[in-house]
Ligand binder design. Structure first.
Ligand code: SF4
Ligand code: SF4
Length: 405
């Protein structure tokens, strides 16, 4: 039976079961059947202004915080229609810690109750800048074992050029590590840090941050004010990370997911079976809108958090979604240009390529071209390295992943 958590619980939410109400309607949505990861835009706004934020904030007429009712309806619609046994609930933003603790307790308890009715397993994740982490939120995170990932673009002196308050983020990472709820760091490669990757990886390793993933900054939203990354900047970042992780005395503890994956695919091209387990962004046709979905504060659905910067990618609203609209928009969203069929199909570097990001590439027409050249350069570079060294790095990384499971 359910235990009501005293002061935090909203009695109406616990007593009202949207899920049961919806089931009687027997309206199954085929388009949601593979969703295994549901992202919530818990708060539309953010407490810091990163220079490269993909949000333009122009459309801030929308609700700034997601209501309890919207969150519960979103849970209903996914739980009712997804065939996935395991569902990951990702609290995203803006900045999710701007939301009240009360809201989180109610939504989480509602999700747990609904999951037990639908025989689903849940995992809770949060992507936060970690600046607003207080005791109350820390208790919440510990109680539900929410795995918190954060962004950090290097040591504070580098991080603070594009983001803010790196010192506080580091302190809070320590607190999350103590309760075993730290998920790792996303490091955005940008014009201020692309040539400092060795320093950054070494810093992370020294601070006990062993799990990291670089993402290539795109010129979308606020980032349009920054210079675009060129192919040699991206290649420099790739090469420096490789050089760092290949040094025996260094780099033996850190897992940088982006390069690790390229190395693994360089040695063994992935089979379609392998694609099931890889990062949703690294599939030639990524998981946006297929295995993952994002709801904004008003219940408008998008393929993933990144696609919110393009309002044209909305797939419908939780109150009015139809298979027809959703599926036709998702087909458009993942449509590849001719180059994919004519050039990529014959490209030897395809085995380590991510084939761009449909959310960003339709807005920023330059970065994916730069990524393409950088990818080819990196492939040639790897061809000139010692294969047994690459094998050794991968074996070590696999052991590390296993150790940390
Ligand atoms: S649209 Fe881009 S960010 Fe979103 S899942 Fe696909 S590749 Fe990843
Ligand atoms: S490196 Fe460029 S040409 Fe080659 S597969 Fe990737 S995007 Fe296509």
């Amino acid at each position: 039976m359910y235990k009501i958590k005293g002061k935090y619980m909203n009695k109406n939410i616990l007593e009202h079961n949207f899920l049961m109400e919806k089931r009687t309607e027997s309206t199954r949505l085929y388009c949601l059947r593979n969703i295994a990861e549901m992202h919530f835009e818990v708060a539309r706004n953010c407490n810091i202004e990163c220079l490269y934020c993909y949000s333009s904030q122009e459309s801030s007429s929308r609700n700034l915080l997601m209501s309890l009712k919207t969150a519960c309806k979103y849970i209903d619609i996914i739980f009712e229609n997804s065939k996935s046994k395991n569902i990951e609930i990702v609290f995203h933003g803006g900045e999710p810690l701007l939301q009240t603790t009360n809201w989180f307790y109610n939504v989480i308890e509602y999700a747990i109750r609904s999951a037990s009715l639908c025989h689903k397993n849940l995992r809770f994740v949060m992507q936060s800048n970690c600046i607003l982490l207080n005791e109350e939120k820390l208790n919440l995170i510990k109680k539900y074992h929410i795995i918190v990932g954060t962004s950090l673009d290097g040591p504070p002196k580098i991080n603070n050029l594009t983001r803010k308050k790196g010192e506080i983020v580091l302190k809070n990472i320590k607190k999350l590590n103590k309760i075993n709820c730290f998920g790792g760091v996303i490091c955005v490669v940008n014009a201020f840090n692309y040539d400092k990757m060795k320093e950054i990886m070494s810093f992370f390793e020294n601070k006990g941050i062993f799990k990291t993933k670089i993402v290539i900054g795109h010129s979308v939203g606020k980032s349009k004010r920054l210079p675009n990354l060129s192919y040699d900047m991206i290649f420099t970042a790739y090469k420096s990370i490789y050089e760092y992780v290949s040094k025996k005395s260094l780099g033996r503890n850190i897992i940088e997911a982006h390069i690790a994956q390229k190395l693994s695919r360089f040695l063994t091209p992935p089979s379609s079976e392998d694609f099931k387990d890889i990062l949703i962004c690294a599939h030639p046709f990524c998981g946006g809108g297929i295995t993952t979905i994002f709801s904004d504060t008003e219940g408008c659905l998008y393929p993933c958090g990144s696609s919110v910067c393009n309002l044209k990618t909305t797939l419908g609203n939780i109150n009015s979604i139809t298979d027809k609209t959703y599926l036709s928009r998702i087909v458009n969203f993942h449509r590849k240009e001719d180059k994919y069929f004519k050039i990529c199909a014959k490209c030897i570097a395809a085995r380590i390529c991510n084939f761009g990001c449909p959310a960003f590439d339709s807005i920023d027409k330059e970065t994916y071209k730069a990524e393409c050249i950088a990818n080819q350069l990196f492939y040639r570079y790897l061809n000139n390295q010692n294969t047994s060294e690459i094998k050794e790095i991968i074996t070590n990384l696999r052991a590390k992943v296993y150790e940390r499971k």
